[in-house]
Write a protein that binds this ligand. Structure first.
Ligand code: DGT
Ligand code: MG
Length: 543
């Protein structure tokens, strides 16, 4: 048994830090343009402000909110400097930089204690937020003693629980030190929320912005949450609100105003849970939502690792009605994806097994449809090969694969009429490391399991084709094509043939089909496997 495990725990209280970089894109942009430090700055994507620095927020008196059109921002603050933020590379890199500083600092803290190593889970949330479970570090610090503990930062709420008070006191000192370290190393400022749960830490982080921190003592947390609009609670999204509001309307209730309404309408016991589960059509979600509305959150901080689970390159636009325009847009996405896949290979030595292509048509509202196919082996090999030629060839191969998915699944071709408003290319289901010689051939995974419905954050189970009719619902399978993991329902997206149950064989088949596809008639029946829809704005929701 290690020294660390023999030591008694001084405190069993949870201590969670939520960190959130201040006006992240704006800070990163200004960091490389120091002359703009005191000027109002806004970051634009497609003529919309995605964020602004605090100088701009002050000068515009709140008129430059997220997703404000640039014209409105310029009216409110004519001196505002507009910076294009469509290339996310600098933000991704800054995110990795911050995470590296956090990891190094935590490692140093653990080493300093001299009690052996122990993990400190860090969970990334979007580009600029991270949860850190410092409970163990706090407990060891208290056991080690040797310094007077005091709260650092603003205190919100109260508690009679001495152990929790002490734990959060120590955690607030750790947060303060860590924030200083991050700013010193990266020149980026950030806020911290410190509490017993992710929920309360996340609420606390927004209480005193920018460059500050807040400790949320949980004594009155339930009361505080009960009075808030549930949409202000992280995890209570647009879709849940929609379902509960529709239910409320049907049952003669008023509009949902507070979290307490939800608890009162459905009840807080088993009965309440059962009726909410019916409304949401999801047991887990119902449990989480009821707990959330009562201020309870026992969810752990899950180590998310350094590498992202998936890569997505997405573009939304007003209108795309010509095949040449679709090809151009797909090639731009493919180029971005290949750059990122090659970088990913360099950093993590992983290979993606799944290629997802997303599309949305005018009239689809916010819903885009996603189709997944095995990542063609040619792309995988080219992305892990050196040289500009390999990069160019992988862009061509990826564009070709994506275009054929679009043609086959969305009916986008030279002879069809369409009006697309979104295209995305994604890579996911990464293999673990460089040593795996042929990732797809060594895996025992079957295509059926590969295509089996997966839980996806923010994904709805309804697919909308261009004409707005409902396609197959993944959670209520098409009776003619059962979604059983053992059934060989998966078909090639190009030729519609039933695929082998071995992923390697299936990939090879898709590869060959893609190569032949220039001579194959594009008028294929749409395959309905591995499809899903997602709300575009879920891309930006914290995960
Ligand atoms: P803060 O945390 O209030 O000081 O300001 P930010 O800018 O850090 O806001 P945050 O933490 O919500 O988001 C981090 C970055 O993510 C932000 O700098 C820009 C980007 N972002 C946030 N919301 C959206 C959105 O709705 N659409 C797009 N495209 N990007 C977004
Ligand atoms: Mg932020």
């Amino acid at each position: 048994m290690s020294a660390a495990r023999k030591r008694p725990r001084a405190s069993q209280s949870r201590a969670i830090l939520a960190l959130d970089l201040d006006c992240f894109y704006a800070q990163v942009a200004i960091r490389s343009r120091p002359h703009l430090a005191n000027r109002p700055v806004v970051i634009l994507q497609k003529h919309l402000c995605v964020t602004s620095n605090y100088v701009a927020r002050r000068l515009a008196h709140g008129a430059v909110q997220k997703m404000t059109p640039v014209s409105t921002a310029l009216k409110a603050c004519p001196d505002i400097v507009c910076i294009d933020g469509s290339d996310l590379t600098p933000f991704r890199e800054a995110n990795a930089e911050v995470l590296a500083v956090i990891r190094a600092w935590l490692h140093a803290k653990v080493t300093e204690l001299g009690v052996g190593s122990f993990p400190i889970p860090c969970q990334k949330l979007g580009f600029d937020e991270v949860f850190i479970d410092v409970s163990r570090l706090v407990a060891e610090q208290v056991t080690a003693g040797g310094r007077p503990w005091e709260f650092q930062g603003h205190i919100f709420g109260r508690t009679d629980d001495d152990a929790s008070r002490r734990a959060l006191m120590v955690a607030s000192q750790l947060a303060s030190e860590l924030r200083k370290e991050i700013t010193l190393r990266t020149k980026l400022t950030l806020c911290a929320g410190i509490s017993e749960s992710k929920l309360l830490a996340k609420l606390a982080v927004n209480m005193n912005k920018p460059n500050d921190q807040t400790i949320f003592l949980s004594g009155d947390a339930a009361q505080y949450i009960a009075g808030r609009h549930p949409r202000s609670l992280p995890g209570f999204g647009y879709a849940v609100e929609g379902k509960i509001s529709a239910w409320a309307k049907r049952n003669g209730k008023e509009d949902i105003k507070t979290a307490a309404d939800v608890v009162q309408w459905f009840g807080d016991g088993k009965k309440g849970f059962a009726s909410l589960a019916k409304v949401l059509d999801n047991d887990d979600q119902a449990r989480k939502i009821l707990e959330l509305c009562q201020g309870t959150d026992t969810s752990p901080v899950i180590e998310s690792g350094d590498a992202p689970k998936s890569l997505t390159s997405m573009d939304s636009f007003r209108s795309c009605t010509k095949i040449e325009d679709a090809e151009r847009r797909v090639t731009i996405r493919a180029k971005d994806m290949v750059t990122r896949l090659r970088r990913d290979w360099e950093l993590y030595g992983r290979r993606p097994k799944t290629l997802t292509v997303g599309f949305r048509f005018r009239g689809d509202g916010y819903h885009a449809t996603m189709r997944a196919i095995p990542m063609p082996q040619e792309i995988v090999s080219l992305c892990s090969s050196k040289g500009a030629d390999a990069a160019d060839r992988s862009i061509i191969a990826l564009s070709r694969a994506a275009l054929f998915v679009l043609k086959d699944h969305a009916g986008v071709s030279a002879s069809s009429t369409f009006d697309m408003t979104l295209i995305s290319i994604g890579a996911s289901a990464f293999t673990e490391n460089k040593t795996e010689k042929n990732a797809t051939s060594t895996k025992k995974e079957t295509v059926a399991s590969f295509f089996a419905p997966k839980e996806g954050k923010g994904m709805s189970s309804v697919c909308r084709p261009p004409n707005g009719r409902l396609l197959q619902n993944r959670s209520s399978p098409n009776p003619r094509r059962p979604l059983s993991p053992n059934a060989s329902f998966s078909r090639c997206p190009i030729c519609n043939e039933v695929l082998s149950s071995l992923l390697a064989k299936a990939s090879l088949h898709v590869d060959q089909c893609l190569r032949r596809s220039e001579t194959v008639s594009p008028a294929r029946k749409r395959s309905k496997t591995a499809s899903n829809t997602f709300r575009v704005d879920t891309f930006f929701q914290r995960k």
